[in-house]
Design a protein around this ligand. Structure first.
Ligand SMILES: [Fe+2]
Length: 295
């Protein structure tokens, strides 16, 4: 039997936009009581081999927001993604809204600021973002209140955004048959990831969970929505009460075998600055860096 608190939770309207190139799911989250909405985890298209940026995926979301007369209030990043570029600045330029991420983006900036040799003049204080969230912070989308949960492990800045009966988990969880995301990026931690997942699984059983990625394991169609109850019962990495120790052992062994994501180098250097592309150099061209190993 569901309790009263569960029954009375607001049910945000969620529209998903799947990006085939990076297997990312972006969302428009709408307040049922007003025309206010938020964008979560947008994607900027890049043909990395050609050095070519396009806006097809972001334009699909922008067209949807405009054609439904919605007012964009927030552009949320669940974390600094390593597998796609964020379209947040482009969407903000087109529609307004504030760009928000977890405050531990400062840790990501510190670590990758060194790797990309960004120089001491770059402050690494998260100031490229309009809002930095701490655990338990709240913000509004129209009449809805969103609560942010700090759910580190995949990265130190990962936040889960809980609004009514919906939670946007970023890469903290995958669909039950996908398990969980890797925890071996700088600042990642398998034990922390397990603890973060437990916080999500402590939400009411019928909470709708929205994934940031899906890879269609075993040839099934792409899916992005499940529930806490489904994850608790069926998640192949944490379901049916798997222990923290089992998870850490499995996750660490698995991560050691994974190759770097195809777009990690352009993604991190752009996303750690809220999706802002490098300024044009004296030739008028924007250049990305590729740090090589020491030779
Ligand atoms: Fe990620």
């Amino acid at each position: 039997m569901r309790d009263h608190a569960t029954e009375s939770r607001v049910k945000p309207e969620v529209e998903a936009f799947f990006d085939e190139d990076t297997n990312t799911i972006s969302y428009v989250v709408k307040d049922p009581e007003s025309n206010a909405c938020a964008v979560i985890d947008s994607v900027l298209d890049i043909d990395y081999a050609a050095g070519r940026i396009t806006y097809d995926h972001a334009n699909r979301m922008i067209d949807y927001i405009r054609s439904n007369d919605l007012k964009l209030e927030w552009i949320i990043e669940t974390h600094a993604h390593a597998d796609h570029l964020s379209a947040a600045p482009y969407i903000q330029q087109e529609l307004g809204g504030k760009i928000g991420i977890g405050e531990n983006i400062k840790i990501v900036q510190e670590v990758f600021g060194k790797i990309f040799n960004e120089g001491t003049e770059w402050k690494r204080d998260g100031s490229e973002f309009d809002a930095l969230f701490k655990d338990g912070d709240t913000y509004r989308i129209g009449s809805m209140e969103v609560t942010t949960l700090h759910t580190p492990g995949h990265t130190p800045a990962c936040m889960t955004h809980v609004v009514g009966d919906a939670a946007f988990v970023g890469d903290t969880l995958f669909m039950p048959d996908g398990g969980s995301a890797r925890a071996d990026f700088p600042g990642g931690d398998a034990g922390q990831l397990y603890d973060s997942i437990q916080r999500i699984l402590a939400l009411p059983d019928d909470t709708r969970l929205f994934m940031c990625h899906d890879y269609g394991p075993n040839g099934r169609d792409i899916q992005w929505e499940t529930t806490v109850a489904e994850e608790k019962e069926h998640n192949i990495h944490v379901g049916k009460g798997k222990t923290r120790e089992e998870f850490i052992r499995f996750r660490t062994e698995r991560d050691a075998q994974l190759a770097m994501p195809r777009l990690i180098i352009p993604s991190i250097q752009v996303n750690m600055k809220a999706g802002k592309l490098p300024e044009p150099d004296d030739s008028g061209t924007r250049m990305l860096k590729v740090p090589l190993n020491k030779l």
